[in-house]
Ligand binder design. Structure first.
Ligand SMILES: *[C@@H]1O[C@H](CO)[C@@H](O)[C@H](O)[C@H]1NC(C)=O
Ligand SMILES: *[C@@H]1O[C@H](CO)[C@@H](O)[C@H](O)[C@H]1NC(C)=O
Length: 288
């Protein structure tokens, strides 16, 4: 076992005890899916509801952290949560979408395309409920900049630091710390209030950009590769000036928060666009 892989395995083992530390935290995934829900066509909304497990109580957002809880049961799914790069601010599918053993297409972008194709193909051997739950989760992940972080530090996981007074790491700052801090500082710890505020921005300040976020000209795959490229670029900024054992506080927080809020918005809008395409029955995507 390579050292890096060993590290990764250990890290995943540690993180598994605190599922919130694995990907956009629970809040980030919930928010992405809740935002997506508001943009679904009635066809897609019906299609999604029909696939949700009963424990979701008809709420897409309830299933959006499920994939994190499956990383042990489905070990193969672990490398599907991210797509790290050598650190040149770019994501290249051919170069970067593989697992640590070099197996091609095994990364978050491949997974998004895979599960989208599976949902469009009624003869697919994959369980459609699981495909939906994976897809909704991974579209969130690909928008978290540090999920397209640098391979050497496992997407910022090995950069240990303090977030204000608490121990954290750079990856976790972007998964959770910024979001929970903002919920506390600006939304009275009310997740729904933060979601509503992001939704208001989408229909208001960001309404002209929003059209571009949704646009995907690719006929054969989703545009997840583009979302990973955006994340890789944002990751470069996120790393800037951050060293082991640093303490991150106000300055970093106020730089990161608008980026986080916009990525949650984009993730939501794009997840809706993908689901609308799947359930409208046109624009079939190809399996990889
Ligand atoms: C595609 O989905 C199947 C079924 O869930 C899984 O076994 C396979 O590893 C996935 N491949 C990628 C690249 O996501
Ligand atoms: C709303 O948009 C403004 C302007 O782009 C930004 O400063 C603010 O952080 C956004 N708020 C949320 C909750 O996304």
């Amino acid at each position: 076992m390579g050292l890096l892989l060993l590290l990764h395995v250990l890290l995943v083992a540690v993180a598994a005890r605190a599922p919130a530390a694995l990907a956009w935290g629970k809040e980030g995934h919930y928010m992405t899916c809740k935002i997506a829900d508001g943009f679904l066509t009635s066809e897609a909304s019906t299609g999604v509801k029909a696939l949700l497990p009963s424990w979701a109580n008809g709420e897409l957002a309830e299933v959006c952290s499920w994939a994190d809880s499956q990383r042990f049961r489905y070990r193969w799914s672990s490398p599907l949560h991210f797509a790290d790069t050598p650190g040149d601010c770019e994501f290249s599918y051919a170069r970067d979408c593989h697992d640590t053993k070099g197996n091609k297409n095994v990364c978050v972008v491949g997974a998004i395309n895979n599960y989208t194709a599976a949902l469009q193909d009624s003869s697919s051997p994959f369980d459609p409920t699981e495909s939906l739950m994976f897809l909704a989760h991974f579209v969130g992940d690909v928008h978290q900049p540090l999920h397209c972080g640098h391979v050497d530090d496992l997407g910022g996981n090995t950069i240990k630091l303090r977030w204000y007074k608490r121990k954290s790491n750079l990856h976790h700052v972007w998964d959770s710390d910024v979001i929970t801090q903002a919920m506390k500082d600006f939304f009275d710890k009310d997740q729904d209030a933060m979601i509503e505020s992001i939704q208001r921005n989408i229909t208001d300040d960001w309404s002209s950009e929003e059209k571009q976020w949704e646009t995907c000209r690719s006929k054969t795959t989703t545009c997840a590769e583009k979302y990973a490229q955006e994340s890789a670029l944002l990751a470069c900024d996120a790393y800037e000036g951050v060293e082991q054992d640093d303490t991150l506080g106000d300055e970093y927080y106020f730089k990161a928060l608008p980026v986080v809020q916009k990525r949650l918005a984009q993730g939501g809008v794009r997840l809706a666009a993908i689901l609308n395409r799947i359930f409208s029955g046109n624009g079939r995507l190809q399996s990889i």
